[in-house]
Write a protein that binds this ligand. Structure first.
Ligand SMILES: [Zn+2]
Length: 661
């Protein structure tokens, strides 16, 4: 009776039918196989083997083959002449018993359903009996990580002094969960995911033997979905075989709920270049809800990642046609925008995993992305192309790609026609578009009603002191001024110390630099986001990703701005302010650090008033005292802060620095 004879009377699925039965049939895993073969050749066996690795990579099959080899009648022959001897022979009584699953000395235990300590005690008891037909009794504990801690501890005993005739094989997909004491007593073999080319060859081989009609693209589609797992690949192959007459890319995509590549690229183009209406039309056209949202999620990230590569002149894969398509789509798209899309997906990943309405959630994200196209199309879209063309690598790539693209340029499905509706589209949304210019003309829009006279004066002082470089920078200054409407002096002080770095309209990323010493206020900024973020978003009229960095020089901009501001405040308010407590700071512009030794009391005051310290500042007592000795004092010094607070009671505004003397 041959092997096929054994199993031909049962209809096995492909994964079981084509399970490896000898070392040669194991796909990949060369190192593990070599170690086991050497162990057999030298007749030296470890009492415990630990096979770890991802699912469907051959751990259980290898364990069975090894068990068969250990008890095979050919073993002595193999040890004399390893090259010309087949091991396991698969023909002797022992080998056949293992193939049929009824070998008395090979015991398979599924730890997932036998997790308790009693099961392990049973194993330990039975292991003391001699093997019946083989030379070793072999226990295969599958999913070993599922064993309870008590069970593991019970195992430890027998692992320390195992009977000569027993071998344990623990197989696990999660070796992290195997306790260290067990690991250290076992020989650990790793089973990695199988290389794509090996898996492809294996699938093609099976298709030919099973007479399954197939083409290369179909096989590749299966392989790329199986993530190196032979079993997963065979299971997909089986599903496709029963659902279609041939294994092609389309039949595989249908089974897996995957959208075809052309529709996917059309969707990607919509996201980057068209408006919300076009996007919704596109989604409607390809019956979006029929496809796996997880796959769409992954694919859009993949496409964006590839686009970033192409933008930097590196081709992400060998398909020139694919790279051409992507390159055409991203011509007018900045790197920042692509990066924004990546971040948007990653930021929402945990929600996406949890939600039951994955399609809707994905659609929301898509709309959020395309809505920016509406805004930029409407406002003239002047900044984006400039940004793009300044990247030299990108230009080079366009040159390289365009030569071919003119002749065989890909036609991208239905979406190319969508551009026509764009004007209509833009007007559709025009009501929602808030022109930032309007804010510029009237920066006090938000706080108009509650701006009192003093706030206005402070605001002017701040505006005067800001070096205005761009509209975005100007809006930032407006924001600082508008913070007067939020009665939070700490927030005011922190923000007005910030130095505008950059703002990107497309990604919405606003970068602001603060002095290093303000880094412990970072939490305060985040905690109070509800107070200031709406103002910021309203002024910039879009969603903002606020990126503070605390890398600034301790003196940069902070003192300069505030010094001017306070001297203006002093001028404007005259004697109504207690001028003793506000320094004659104008003399210190740009050279605050030079005035040393003027604050002998600051450290002791700070300690005395420790209970007054704000949040994390409290724990930084020593650092503060060191860095502040002999320097101008800012709000993080509590002694001064008390006085500052008194002033702020009367004048809601921003004080960042003043001197004590
Ligand atoms: Zn045999």
């Amino acid at each position: 009776m041959n092997i096929d004879g054994v199993i031909s009377n049962v209809n096995l699925n492909l994964a079981r039918k084509w399970r490896s039965k000898s070392f040669d049939q194991i796909i990949g895993q060369e190192l593990s196989v070599r170690i086991l073969k050497n162990s057999l050749y030298l007749n030296q066996f470890f009492p415990v083997y630990l096979f770890s690795g991802q699912r469907g990579c051959g751990k259980t099959s290898t364990a069975r083959i090894f068990a068969a080899a250990v008890n095979c009648v050919n073993l002595p022959e193999f040890q004399k002449n390893p090259k010309n001897c087949v091991l396991p022979c698969l023909e002797c009584a022992s080998c056949r018993a293992i193939l049929e699953g009824n070998h008395p000395d090979f015991i398979e235990i599924d730890a997932a359903s036998n997790t308790g300590v009693d099961n392990v005690r049973q194993i330990i008891e039975s292991s003391s009996f001699m093997p019946l037909i083989g030379i070793k009794k072999i226990y295969l504990v599958d999913e070993a990580h599922m064993l309870s801690k008590a069970a593991f501890n019970a195992f430890l005993k027998i692992m320390e002094e195992p009977p000569e005739s027993v071998i344990f094989i623990l197989a696990t997909t999660n070796s992290q969960k195997i306790i260290e004491t067990v690991k250290s007593r076992s020989l650990q073999l790793f089973f990695g995911s199988v290389e794509n080319s090996r898996l492809e060859a294996h699938l093609k081989d099976i298709c030919e033997k099973e007479k399954i009609s197939h083409d290369n693209s179909g096989i590749s589609a299966i392989v790329s979905e199986s993530q190196g797992s032979v079993r997963d690949a065979l299971n997909i192959l089986e599903q496709v075989r029963f659902s279609a007459s041939s294994v092609t890319k389309i039949s595989v995509q249908n089974i897996l709920g995957h959208i075809d590549d052309d529709s996917l690229i059309a969707l990607f183009e919509c996201l980057l270049n068209f408006g919300v209406k076009d996007l919704l039309n596109c989604i409607k056209t390809f019956k979006y809800e029929l496809f796996s949202p997880q796959y769409l999620w992954k694919k859009i990230i993949d496409l964006t990642r590839d686009a970033i590569w192409i933008k930097h002149g590196v081709l992400p894969n060998d398909s020139v046609e694919y790279c051409e398509k992507i390159n055409k789509i991203i011509k007018k798209v900045s790197f920042e925008r692509l990066n924004y899309i990546m971040l948007l997906f990653y930021e929402n990943e945990s929600i996406f995993v949890k939600t039951t309405e994955k399609h809707s959630m994905l659609e929301c994200l898509f709309i959020q992305i395309t809505k920016k196209n509406d805004v930029s199309n409407k406002s003239g879209a002047s900044s984006a192309p400039n940004k793009v063309s300044s990247a030299p690598e990108y230009d080079d790539l366009i040159e390289y790609v365009d030569e071919d693209a003119q002749e065989c340029g890909p036609k991208i499905g239905s979406v190319n026609n969508l551009g026509a509706g764009q004007d209509l589209q833009a007007s559709y949304y025009s009501e929602e578009i808030i022109n930032p210019q309007e804010f510029k003309k009237e920066p006090s829009l938000i706080s108009k009603n509650n701006l009192n006279k003093n706030e206005k004066i402070l605001k002017e002082a701040i505006k005067d002191s800001c070096e205005i470089k761009s509209k975005e920078h100007e809006i930032w200054c407006d924001f600082i001024a508008s913070l007067g409407s939020v009665s939070d002096p700490l927030l005011n002080s922190i923000f007005s110390s910030g130095e505008f770095v950059s703002f990107d309209r497309f990604s919405g990323i606003l970068e602001v630099k603060f002095a290093k010493k303000f880094s412990f206020f970072q939490d305060s900024i985040t905690e109070k986001e509800k107070l200031w973020m709406p103002i910021l978003q309203k002024l910039y009229s879009q969603d903002i990703t606020f990126k503070p960095s605390f890398t600034g020089d301790d003196k940069v901009s902070v003192n300069r701005t505030s010094a001017i501001r306070i001297s203006n405040l002093e001028k404007s308010l005259g004697s109504s302010v207690n001028s003793d407590s506000i320094s004659k700071s104008s003399k210190n512009i740009g050279s605050g650090a030079g005035s040393s030794g003027n604050y002998p009391g600051s450290y002791s005051d700070f300690k005395k008033n420790n209970s007054y310290a704000y949040g994390k500042a409290k724990s930084k007592t020593v650092d503060l005292s060191k860095s502040y000795a002999g320097k101008s004092i800012d709000v993080s010094d509590v002694a001064t802060w008390k006085k500052a607070n008194t002033i702020l009671k009367y004048f809601s505004g921003n004080i960042v620095e003043f001197q004590n003397n």
